[in-house]
Design a protein around this ligand. Structure first.
Ligand SMILES: [Ca+2]
Length: 117
């Protein structure tokens, strides 16, 4: 298990982002049509359907970005594939984070291999 935590995980941004995530825990509000809602790997958590495959770890366990809950296309052109060290991302990071002198990939490929944004 990789225990390296990037700067982004300790400056409070992550907690703020999680708190402000749409979706929620428990029963889906009755007012929401079911096609707007997707469930996470942990079925007690749900998100809005358009949060699947958007590159952001909306479920907290990446089940909205990775199997088995959903099948997403591979990282788009604006993304760099690696194993992120940032909780917010799952199997790729935005290229804007490449070459910024901060580790965002467990193998440091964002700083050494990624050509940049
Ligand atoms: Ca997502």
């Amino acid at each position: 298990m990789n225990k390296i935590f990037p700067q982004g995980a300790v400056n409070g941004n992550v907690a703020t982002e999680i708190k402000s995530l749409p979706g929620g825990k428990g029963d889906v509000p009755q007012s929401l049509p079911s096609f707007l809602v997707a469930h996470c790997g942990d079925p007690t958590f749900w998100i809005y359907s358009d949060q699947r495959c958007d590159g952001i770890n909306s479920c907290g366990d990446c089940s909205d970005e990775l199997s088995p809950v959903t099948m997403c296309p591979s990282c788009g052109p604006g993304w760099w594939r690696c194993t992120p060290t940032v909780f917010k991302y799952c199997d790729c990071i935005p290229r804007s984070l490449c070459r910024d002198h901060v580790q965002h990939c467990s193998d440091w490929s964002d700083e050494y291999s990624c050509p940049g944004p």
